[in-house]
Every structure is written in C-alpha cells, then in structure tokens.
Design a protein around this ligand. Structure first.
Ligand SMILES: Cc1cc2nc3c(=O)[nH]c(=O)nc-3n(C[C@H](O)[C@H](O)[C@H](O)COP(=O)(O)OP(=O)(O)OC[C@H]3O[C@@H](n4cnc5c(N)ncnc54)[C@H](O)[C@@H]3O)c2cc1C
Length: 379
C-alpha cells in the first residue's frame, strides 16, 4: 500500500480540484482521484463558460462569498498568467410575480448602493436591441458581472495543485474509517490518508450511500449557435442573461466566444435522472424548443447550430450546497449539490473544504451548507 498522505480527494472536478489547490497552497501532502481526466464532459464542469454574478444573491449570505470568489479568481489570473474571466455584465429578467423576482433577492438588487440598475422593457430594447422583453418583464442589469472561462479556470486550478499526487482515470470505489484516518479503495489500489474530501459531483451519493443525500441529478443541454445578424458584434460585448418566462421556464444566454453563442434552459423541475443512465444524445425537438425562444425573445442572433452538449446539475431541495463533515466520520468532508450555481464560488469552496479538513477556524460562515438541515435525527 502506498504511503499515507495528509489528505485524499475523491473527485477532481470543480470543487475537488479547488480543494486540492488550496491544500497544496497551505503546504499539505495531497493525493487525488478522478474517474475521468478533468476537464471532461461527463459531469457538471465543462462547456466553455460560467457566469459570476451577484444580483441573484442580494440580501443572502452568498453575497460576501461571491465577492471573495471574484477577488480570488482575479488573483489566480495574476499568478497563473491566464485570462480567466471577462466583465460582460449580466441581466436578470423575469415577470413581476415570478420565481426570480417574487420576494426574492433580486428585489434587494434594485436598492440603491448595489451598483445594479433596474430597466423597463423599453430600456432593455434600447440598450440591447437584440432582446425583446414582453411588457411586465422586470430586469436588473448588473454591470460588474463576469463570464468565467471554464476550462482555463479548471486548468489553472489544477496547475496550482501540481504539487499533489493527482491520479486520473482512477475511480474511488469505497472508503472506510481506519484508525485515526481513512482507507480508500480505488479501481487500482488501496491508499491511506488522514482525512478525505468527497467531491464527486453527481456521483457523490455512491460514496456515502448511508446518508441518503436528498440530491436530484438533472440532465441539461448547452447549445452553441453561430452568432448571426446585425448585432453579432455587439452581442459579444455582453451582457449575459438569465431570463424567466412565464410559460416556457428560465433560459440563459452568454456573450459569444470562439465556440459560439451559448444558451440553454436553467432548472427544469421533475427531470431527475440516474447518473449512470444519462441520455447524452441531444434530440432535434430539444434544439427546436430553444430556437423558438430565440425567435420570440432574441430574434435573428442565433444562426446555425454549431454544437450541443449534455451537462449535469446536482440539485438539493433548497438549492443551497452541502459542505459539511460526515456526521459519523469526522475525518471525511463532503461537498455536494452544486445546484447549477457552484462554479463561480470555487476558490472559496476550496478554502472552506480545506478549513474543515484541517480543523482551521472557517474563514467564512459554512452553516448555510450544513447537512443537518436534511437530517430528521439532527439535534
Ligand atoms: C449547464 C450548466 C450551467 C452552469 N452554469 C453555471 C454558472 O453560470 N455559474 C455557476 O456558478 N455555476 C454554474 N453551473 C454549476 C457548476 O458548474 C457546478 O455546480 C459545479 O461544476 C459542480 O462541481 P462539482 O465539483 O460538484 O462536480 P463536477 O465538476 O462534476 O466534479 C465531480 C468530479 O468527480 C469525479 N468523480 C465522480 N465519481 C468519482 C469517483 N467515484 N472517484 C473519483 N472521481 C469521481 C467526476 O469525474 C468529476 O470530475 C452550471 C452547471 C451546468 C451543468
């Protein structure tokens, strides 16, 4: 059996790689495993871009986390010498009484001092003439929102973790408490570590089946269209948008990159699937549904379909993450339930994981992510 490391990590996708980077930065010996070779297209962290925006969270404990994460991404940009994010601004749009605005944080965003701007439909059409909001659509424009280059972010994070022993294409099969540490069995060998981070995304329940985590894996599709029409150049400047529609659900769009104009549907209730049975094909009727949204709400900007790719959300019932110690084995720390919004927080989530693993006083409040909220037997 290879030597004992301070920390082992099961899953080196978004949160696992950030955890590895932070532990290495703090001078610890780390071994990490991934069933594939990130960045790969089988989990939740692939496909070009992710938004980092604050307005969505106003009035909630996420705001200091977004700000901290934004600063840490900029810091990683400086140390890695890579371009990781681009300020494009973002629009949050929806009907007055809808899910996005009704009594939620976006109400707070309109308050003075946030830097955000409320726009009437006519203002939206004037400033961003490719968008056609209906009467009654409320819009918050957040000029400081940015788009993260996902693969560059993951590569820079993994480079920071280069001092770790990172083992790709080697899945963790099971783990158990052993003495004062943990034993980890992978497809290839057995390993020992003092502590274990479990960050296996949509597969996490397989590594802690005894917890019965209330997670739903949702298949979702990202599409890239050739930018077209009069506004193709302006579109690239931004903003990104997240737009709740009364009938069709919530959709989003990104300023085009070299891969094209990316768009897709956000959260579609009742679409839970088995992570081992995900349909990776994208049907023509799915693409047509998205094209109908463009035709109606952003006509003439989406040209030919360039590419489509299936991605996974792993949702908790309240859409807040799980980041906590295993209730019966304190040597294991779990991240799960990214719920379609964890990527922007990675450098902060990596630090939170490292704090719990090393028993350091948390730099941030982690109570929001406690497992107890789902455990009937918790005191
Ligand atoms: C379409 C889409 C759009 C999104 N947009 C945004 C956005 O704009 N902004 C934002 O902040 N977030 C966004 N997200 C959410 C964000 O990407 C996810 O929350 C985040 O990637 C989750 O990270 P994770 O580490 O939990 O999972 P992953 O990144 O999937 O990592 C899990 C890793 O564990 C590995 N693994 C699994 N089982 C094992 C095992 N047994 N042994 C070893 N390794 C294993 C997997 O191979 C994988 O690499 C979006 C997600 C999707 C799908």
């Amino acid at each position: 059996m290879p030597g004992v490391h301070d920390f082992a990590i099961a899953g080196l996708g978004a949160v696992g790689s950030a955890t590895a980077a932070e532990l290495v930065r703090r001078g610890h010996s780390v071994i990490g495993f991934d069933r594939y070779r990130p960045p790969h297209t089988m989990g939740s962290a692939h496909s070009d871009t992710r938004m980092i925006r604050e307005a969505w969270y106003h009035g909630s404990p996420y705001v200091p986390l977004v700000r901290d994460a934004h600063a840490r991404w900029r810091q990683l940009e400086r140390t890695s010498g890579r371009t990781l994010l681009r300020t494009t601004g973002a629009l949050m749009m929806g009907p007055e009484g809808g899910r996005v605005f009704a009594g939620g944080p976006l109400r707070e965003a309109i308050r003075p001092g946030t830097g955000d701007v409320a726009l009437a439909p006519a203002d939206v059409a004037e400033r961003f003439p490719w968008l056609r909001p209906e009467t009654g659509t409320v819009t918050i424009y957040e000029p400081g929102a940015a788009v993260l280059s996902l693969e560059a972010c993951l590569e820079a994070t993994l480079e920071t973790a280069a001092g770790a022993d990172l083992r790709f294409d080697e899945a963790v099969i099971e783990w158990s408490a052993a003495g004062s540490g943990v034993r980890i069995r992978t497809e290839r060998a057995e390993y020992r570590a003092r502590r274990l981070a479990i960050a296996a995304g949509a597969w996490t329940p397989q590594l802690v089946p005894e917890l019965g985590l209330p997670l739903e894996v949702e298949r979702t599709v990202q599409y890239w269209f050739e930018p077209a029409g009069l506004h193709a150049l302006a579109l690239a400047e931004g903003p990104a948008w997240v737009w709740e529609l009364e009938r069709e659900g919530t959709w989003y769009g990104f300023p085009p990159t070299a891969r094209g104009l990316k768009a897709g549907m956000h959260f579609q209730a009742g679409r839970g699937t088995d992570v081992e049975q995900v349909d990776r094909e994208v049907g023509a009727s799915e693409t047509e549904a998205l094209r109908r949204l463009f035709d109606r709400y952003a006509p003439a900007v989406a040209g030919a379909l360039a590419h489509a790719s299936v991605c996974l959300y792993t949702n908790t019932p309240d859409e807040d993450f799980i980041l906590d110690r295993h209730p019966d084995h304190r040597e294991a720390v779990i991240f799960a339930g990214g719920s379609g919004h964890a990527f922007k927080f990675l450098p902060v989530l990596g630090a939170m994981m490292a704090d719990l693993l090393t028993d350091e006083a948390p730099g941030q409040d982690v109570s929001l992510f406690s497992l107890d909220r789902f455990r009937a037997d918790a005191a």
